[in-house]
Ligand binder design. Structure first.
Ligand code: UT7
Length: 333
């Protein structure tokens, strides 16, 4: 019996038009462009301004982009797995809203939350549906409205986050390509370093939690920074060793976009030059689980069949990991 692999056969994406620049932030909190550029490397980030629209709006637009540019019939989609930390609601799932609004009438759906690495976790889950042989077309989507949970009175976090969504289509192949390996870890040691303190079952929403501003991202940045470099570098190294990949074999590293200094440090650790690292943080900011598929979407035209990619991410928990993908198609005109 031949092996079924899960190939990425198309990508889609969406960024809202409105932007928050560093000059805008200077008017809100005690910060400046020089600090943000040198400490984080973000010049501007996109924002979905409409308060009545949630992450589903971004996800719907990304899936529509996937369908229209690749001429895909929504009725042929078997499943949508949506990675998000900013779901529209606790329930129903955001994925069910995306499926309904995009005409995916034959798809199962669920949301997946594993902090910033949610997309790479969802990618491996989606690949397993394909590998099972029972499903032929799975969309793995990440959609984040991070600005909805960003505290614009907190200078330590408000320069960091932006909104966006992007997705990939997974289909079976008998070639040795697609999602070929993954390595994931969670240790729980950082669960208080990066957290939304209230709004869940441990601390339900009350007037007091709102007054204490506990419905926004809380982050102890320096503690997260150190572990992020360690976690992403070590998972990339593990993936490379397990698959016999040397630095020269890697066409692209696709790191989570949380801080340009973290990306630089991971690239240095891996001894991969920066021109083989996907970076879009300067104009996108940290869109949490959406950073990696947004990179794939924005760099799609530079990717060739057979390219070895290592996707790596780190986030709350702590939770981290890396996925090895062999790209399955040449640029489509
Ligand atoms: O996506 C999930 C995973 N997240 C990450 O990977 C993020 C990891 N962490 C980071 O990227 C960085 O830690 C931050 C960008 C969040 C912060 O950078 P940092 O270099 O670690 O700064 P810090 O928090 O240690 O603060 C250094 C100084 C402090 O001043 P003092 O105490 O030295 O006088 C802060 O008050 O910078 C100050 N500061 C600012 N100054 C101007 C903090 N935020 C700002 C700001 N503007 N926006």
């Amino acid at each position: 019996m031949s092996i079924i692999n899960a190939a990425i056969t198309a990508v889609g994406g969406y960024l809202p038009e409105d932007k928050i620049t560093n000059a805008d932030l200077e008017k809100m909190v005690d910060t400046n462009d020089e600090w943000i550029m040198t400490r984080v490397g973000i010049r501007e980030r996109r924002i979905l301004k409409d308060p009545t629209k949630g992450a589903s709006f971004l996800g719907i637009e990304a899936v529509k982009d996937l369908f229209s540019r690749n001429n895909i019939d929504p009725a042929t989609i078997d499943g949508i797995i949506l990675a998000t930390n900013t779901a529209d609601y606790h329930f129903p799932t955001t994925a069910s809203i995306v499926a309904f609004e995009t005409g995916c009438i034959n798809a199962f759906t669920f949301d997946m939350q594993a902090a910033c690495p949610s997309f790479i976790y969802a990618l491996e889950a989606g690949a397993n549906y394909i590998r099972s042989g029972r499903y032929k077309r799975i969309i793995v989507l990440a959609a984040e409205k991070m600005t909805a949970i960003t505290d614009y009175t907190d200078r330590a976090t408000c320069p960091l986050f932006g909104d966006g969504a992007a997705c990939v289509l997974l289909e079976p192949t008998e070639e040795n390509e697609g999602v070929l390996d993954s390595y994931f870890r969670t240790d729980g040691t950082g669960r208080t370093n990066l957290i939304m303190k209230s709004g869940g079952s441990a601390s339900p929403t009350s007037h007091e939690t709102v007054d204490r501003r506990e419905h926004y991202v809380y982050q102890e940045g320096a503690a997260v920074f150190k572990q992020a470099v360690k976690g992403m570098s070590s998972s990339c190294r593990t993936i490379m060793e397990r698959n016999g990949l040397s630095y020269d074999d890697i066409a692209w590293v696709v790191p989570h976009q949380a801080n340009l200094r973290i990306i630089d440090a991971v690239a240095r650790e891996m001894q991969v030059p920066l021109d083989r690292v996907m970076v879009n943080i300067e104009y996108r900011g940290n869109t949490s689980s959406a950073t990696i598929p947004l990179c794939l979407w924005e760099f799609e035209k530079q990717l060739k069949k057979g390219d070895n990619l290592i996707l790596t991410s780190f986030g709350a928990g702590f939770t981290w990991g890396a996925v090895y993908v062999k790209w399955a198609y040449d640029p489509k005109n």
